[in-house]
Design a protein around this ligand. Structure first.
Ligand SMILES: C[S@@+](CC[C@H](N)C(=O)[O-])C[C@H]1O[C@@H](n2cnc3c(N)ncnc32)[C@H](O)[C@@H]1O
Length: 284
C-alpha cells in the first residue's frame, strides 16, 4: 500500500484551538501528532474550511474532535474538488460523535442543492451533540440513534455516495465494546477490530456504484488485512493520510469500487457457490 499524501500537515498552524482537542484519552493513553508546515495552495485557501471547533458541542459522554477526527476531515479536504465533482446525493457518517466531521463535510460540499446528509451514533448524547454542532454551523443532516446503520439498510441500499467512519479502534477487552457513553467511542475489542469487522460487510450494500468510503484505522488494526477483505468485495483502496503519533500510526483509507475487482469477486462468489452446490450433490 502506498502513502499518497498528507495534506493535513499545515492544519495545526492554522487552527490555534486544535491543541485543546489534540489529545485522545483512551486506554492506550494520549497521542500527539508531529506535523511540518506546508504552504496551502490557492485552491485550498479559496475553498471552505472545516467546521469550527469552537462551535462544536461538548458533552462529557461524547468524543471530542481529536487527531483522528482532524485526519479524517483533512482527507476530505484533500479530496474536496473531487467530492464537489462527484456531486453526491447522499452522504452518511457512521458514529458521528460531536458532529465535527459530518458538519465539515456538509460545509465542504456546500450548497449544491440536492445533497442529503445522514449521521448515526449508538450514543444518544452524541446524536444530540451532532444536531447542536450542525445547527451552530447552519447546516442540516438527519441524525439517527442506532447500531451502525441498523434499520436503515433498505432505505440506503446502494445509494450512499460518501460514507465516513472513524470507528472505535483501540484494542480493548471485548466486554468494553459498545460500553456506556464515551467508552463506545474508542473501545474496539480484539486488535481494535470488533466494530470495524461488523461494519465492513455492510459497505457493498450501501455504496452507490461511484460511492466512496473513508475510514480511519490504526496500524494495530492491520489495515492491510482490512484492504484485502475489501478487495474480495470488489473495492480498491488507497491510504490518503498517514500520521504518526507518539504511540501509534493512524491512517485514513479511501475505498471505491474497482470494476476489475468487482468482476473477480462476483466470479469467485458464483464459482464458490457452484462448488458448494456440486459438493452437496456429490454428498447426496
Ligand atoms: C472515534 S469516535 C468518532 C467520533 C466522530 N466521528 C469524530 O471523528 O470525531 C467513534 C464514534 O462512534 C460511535 N459508535 C461506536 N460504536 C458504534 C456503533 N456500533 N454504531 C454507531 N456508532 C457507534 C461512538 O459513540 C463515537 O461517537
Amino acid at each position: 500500500m502506498d502513502v499518497v499524501l498528507d495534506v493535513g500537515q499545515w492544519e495545526a498552524e492554522e487552527r490555534p484551538h486544535e491543541h485543546e482537542f489534540g489529545r485522545r484519552s483512551s486506554s492506550s493513553g494520549s497521542r500527539r501528532v508531529s506535523r511540518e508546515y506546508r504552504r496551502p495552495t490557492i485552491e485550498e485557501v479559496a475553498l471552505p474550511r472545516s467546521a469550527d471547533v469552537r462551535l462544536v458541542a461538548r458533552h462529557r459522554d461524547v468524543y471530542e474532535p481529536c487527531d483522528d477526527s482532524f485526519a479524517l476531515v483533512d482527507a476530505l479536504m484533500a479530496d474536496q474538488a473531487h467530492l464537489r465533482e462527484l456531486d453526491p446525493k447522499l452522504c452518511v457518517e457512521v458514529g458521528s460523535g460531536s458532529g465535527f466531521v459530518i458538519t465539515s463535510l456538509a460545509l465542504m460540499i456546500g450548497d449544491q442543492g440536492s445533497t442529503r446528509f445522514l449521521a448515526t451514533d449508538l450514543n444518544p448524547t452524541a446524536a444530540e451533540a451532532t444536531r447542536e454542532t450542525l445547527a451552530a454551523h447552519g447546516v442540516e443532516a438527519e441524525t439517527v440513534v442506532t447500531d451502525l446503520l441498523d434499520g436503515l439498510e433498505k432505505h440506503l441500499e446502494k445509494s450512499v455516495d460518501v460514507l465516513l467512519f472513524n470507528p472505535p479502534y483501540v484494542p480493548t477487552e471485548e466486554e468494553d465494546v459498545g460500553g456506556p457513553g464515551a467508552m463506545a467511542a474508542w473501545a474496539g475489542g480484539d486488535r481494535g477490530r470488533t466494530v470495524i469487522d461488523r461494519f465492513l460487510p455492510l459497505v457493498d450494500g450501501l455504496l452507490s456504484p461511484d460511492g466512496w468510503l473513508y475510514m480511519v484505522t490504526l496500524t494495530t488494526n492491520d489495515p492491510q488485512e482490512i484492504c484485502r477483505i475489501m478487495k474480495k468485495q470488489g473495492f480498491a483502496s488507497r491510504i490518503v493520510i498517514q500520521r504518526q503519533t507518539e504511540e501509534e500510526s493512524l491512517q485514513v483509507i479511501k475505498f471505491w469500487r474497482d470494476p476489475a475487482e468487482s468482476e473477480k469477486s462476483k466470479e469467485e462468489r458464483t464459482f464458490g457457490s457452484l462448488s458448494l452446490k456440486r459438493l452437496a450433490f456429490w454428498r447426496s
